[in-house]
Design a binder for this molecule. Structure first.
Ligand code: IPE
Ligand code: IPE
Ligand code: MG
Ligand code: MG
Ligand code: MG
Length: 320
């Protein structure tokens, strides 16, 4: 189906999956993920844990349950389904990535970072609890992610689990999300020179690489052939960049009711984004080019990749 929302002049996407079917699948996956995460965040201490302090656990639940699009777990499940990996295994990987994502949001919202009061339609964790609790809840979600991704249920082969774990560490840390976040803060108020390359790098790091791993993890779980792996790499890289550009556009074009988080914050903080560099129209052009690139990368999978193609289109069309 050709997207009805694709403005004239933008590249057309080829997925046969309608936007409503994509949303239905995204929502049912989010429900399944919610159950998995809720179980992981139960009161009962695990082997080698002494106790689960109730205030910390409450903040972790508040910051990770009942909200969010769960787009990263969705990408894991869909990419894994290309290789006939059961959804239950993929959902655990998705839960691990979602813990990293939620922790990154808890810390991103802190007064010392983006100083946001609203997230997913309600008070941010440091507002609902307090700053120290939000920092610690983020820390504990980060370590929980690594507990989850090493679990036997994810894959029978330990080497595959170690590979996934290492990749997660790398996309989440110094050379990935955390590194990107410090570059994002350092870019505040700086509009000098040709900054496109720098913004692309920082956005790839803070947002793109975790989304990229979500797409690649199906290939890792499924022991994909090199050509299939690199197709998912190309898809994930373009999709990850597109996702942050869409986020930056929503910050200037949406409202806090639709988004569930504050708008206009990037310009108040003086962030450098593709919207500040290219203007809203230029950023949207770039977004559509990236989505078309992601779409084309999946051609080698034929019809099997229709849902992932629809997911790429969704990145440009999403309203929150
Ligand atoms: C928001 O991510 C932060 C970025 C990395 C751009 P999402 O838009 O995926 O947020 P949730 O998880 O749906 O709330
Ligand atoms: C956040 O980017 C990226 C990470 C949390 C790693 P933003 O700061 O733009 O995300 P929002 O707009 O607060 O969700
Ligand atoms: Mg930020
Ligand atoms: Mg922010
Ligand atoms: Mg943003």
């Amino acid at each position: 189906m050709i997207s009805e929302n694709t403005p004239a002049g933008f590249p057309r996407m080829t997925s046969q999956i309608s936007s409503s079917l994509l949303l239905k699948r995204l929502n049912s996956n989010a429900e399944a993920l919610e159950k998995v995460l809720a179980d992981l965040l139960s009161d009962a201490p695990l082997k080698h844990e002494i106790a689960r302090p109730s205030r910390l656990l409450a903040a972790m639940r508040y910051g990770s349950l009942n909200g969010g699009k769960r787009f990263r777990p969705f990408l894991v499940v869909e990419s894994a389904s290309l290789f006939s990996i059961p959804a239950a295994n993929a959902l655990l990987v998705g839960a691990s990535l979602e813990c990293i994502h939620c922790y990154s949001l808890l810390h991103d919202d802190l007064p010392s970072m983006d100083n946001s009061n609203l997230r997913r339609g309600r008070l941010t964790v440091h507002k609902a609890f307090d700053e120290a609790t939000a920092i610690l809840a983020g820390d504990a979600l980060l370590t929980l992610a690594f507990d989850i991704i090493t679990r036997d249920e994810i894959h029978a082969d330990m080497a595959t689990r170690v590979l996934l774990t290492r990749e997660l560490a790398r996309v989440a840390g110094l050379g990935g999300m955390v590194g990107g976040q410090i570059m994002d803060l350092a870019s505040e108020g700086r509009f000098d020179g040709d900054k496109e390359h720098d913004v692309e790098t920082l956005q790839q790091m803070k947002t793109g690489v975790l989304l990229g791993l979500a797409c690649r993890s199906g290939a890792i779980l499924g022991g994909a052939a090199p050509a299939e792996r690199s197709a998912l790499d190309v898809y994930g890289k373009a999709l990850g960049q597109a996702f942050q550009i869409a986020d930056d556009l929503l910050d200037v074009e949406s409202n806090h009711d639709a988004l569930g988080k504050p708008v206009g914050q990037d310009s108040v903080a003086g962030k450098t984004t593709f919207v500040t560099l290219l203007g809203a129209h230029g950023a949207r052009m770039r977004l559509h080019e990236l989505v078309a690139e992601a779409d084309a990368a999946l051609d080698i999978f034929g019809q099997r990749a229709e849902m992932l193609k629809a997911a790429a289109r969704y990145v440009a069309e999403r309203q929150n």
